[in-house]
Design a protein around this ligand. Structure first.
Ligand SMILES: [Zn+2]
Length: 395
């Protein structure tokens, strides 16, 4: 060993010690939570301008997102927790002059499907139908139950399932592959209310149930589109003596309109970013606007307007029937979701049709010859999707 090696070795040891002491004094950056790592696939898939426009016009109702997301020309710096000390995620933008990497996603846009034919206009489209609520023995607990005088009870979860069962063969006949997220009046979740009381019940039929449906959709069904079926209602008061109103209407809900309070929560902030970056909104507008047009033509339903002081819904510009809202069911599903709210269960116009149940052909109701409200609902969706898909070049 040369004589000079010893002092040199000592010098290196001293430097290493100094560097070590320096770094011990620095706060170590926290490792990124694994769920935030899932955003890595969206690096350089969006320009700053697109990102900022979508945030401002579609996904947020206020300006508090600036607290959690800082924009520079090159990237967005995003808090992964409630405070900056919890860690930061850096999303790099694509530059406006180089084509962005296409956004990776597990679903296909209606524009990417195999070409439709006249006989099979929905060729290749994978649809999951989510009949809203549970119905049956659960309808009273989930507060989707009302009854007028001696009539049969109106249970939303039973009616959405009825529409789903009529819609499935209609879509399949035209080439779609279709699954139902729920096919009976039983919950998808194995969990049950943990105890008595409204809060435990809500935890079950809303939170646990919708999370179970989302796992089924995202991990097993993997559709290109989810259709959430609902019937709307206006405040009805006592379910055994409900208030009847004389109007009916239609609106479709797309994901968006996250409030300042919601974006303060890290899991909702992450979900919002996933929605924005996977570009589900473009597809929801494309399909939603055609569905709304066809639905309103077939049913004659006028558009619903949220009251002007509503804090958690935004109108979609130039689309009278489309609104954005942040609902558990349209936030947790990974693909585009169209959430339909046609008809009003406690309206003098729709209630007699709901009481008539499903029937073949035409009956006179409210002095007008009408097809069953359930078939009208299913036909309107099928027609809307067919028109949308035939916009592609056919073969
Ligand atoms: Zn509903």
């Amino acid at each position: 060993m040369p004589a000079s090696a010893k002092p040199l070795g000592l010098l290196f040891a001293l430097i290493a010690l100094a560097v070590g002491i320096f770094f011990l004094g620095q706060p170590r950056p926290k490792p990124l939570p694994p769920e935030w790592k899932s955003l890595e696939i969206y690096q350089r898939t969006i320009t700053r301008n697109e990102f900022e426009t979508l945030l401002n016009t579609v996904f947020t109702t206020g300006s508090a997102w600036h607290d959690a997301i800082t924009l520079s020309e090159m990237k967005a710096t995003i808090r992964v927790g409630r405070s900056p000390a919890d860690g930061l995620f850096h999303l790099h933008f694509s530059s406006p002059d180089t084509p962005a990497t296409p956004s990776p996603r597990p679903w296909r846009s209606t524009r990417e499907l195999p070409p439709p034919s006249r006989e099979k206009p929905l060729n290749g489209l994978k649809i999951a139908i989510d009949p809203g609520h549970i119905g049956g023995a659960w309808a009273k607990m989930e507060e989707r139950w009302l009854r007028f005088g001696g009539g049969s009870p109106v249970m939303e979860g039973d009616m959405t399932l009825q529409v789903a069962q009529l819609l499935k063969p209609l879509l399949e006949k035209h080439g779609a592959s279709v699954s139902l997220v729920r096919s009976s009046n039983e919950p998808v979740t194995q969990l049950r209310p943990s105890g008595p009381g409204k809060e435990a019940e809500r935890q079950f039929y809303r939170t646990a149930e919708i999370h179970a449906r989302a796992r089924l959709v995202n991990e097993t069904l993997k559709p290109d589109l989810v259709l959430c079926l609902h019937f709307n209602a206006e405040a009805w008061g006592d379910p055994t003596q409900p208030t009847l109103i004389d109007r009916t209407h239609l609106h479709l809900i797309l994901n968006g309109a996250y409030t300042d309070e919601e974006l303060f929560l890290p899991d909702q902030r992450l979900a919002m970013l996933k929605k924005l970056l996977s570009r589900t909104h473009e597809e929801e507008i494309l399909v939603g606007s055609q569905l709304a047009t066809t639905f309103s033509e077939i049913t004659g339903l006028p558009p619903y307007q949220y009251p002007a002081d509503t804090k958690n819904a935004l109108p979609v510009p130039n689309q009278p029937y489309l609104w954005t809202r942040n609902l558990l069911a349209n936030r947790l599903y990974d693909c585009p979701v169209i959430y339909l709210e046609p008809y009003v269960m406690n309206s003098t116009i729709d209630y007699p049709r709901l009481q008539a149940g499903d029937y073949d052909g035409i009956r006179e109701i409210n002095g007008k010859p009408q097809i069953s409200i359930f078939r009208e609902y299913a036909n309107a969706i099928a027609q809307g999707l067919i028109v949308q898909n035939l916009k592609q070049p056919t073969f």
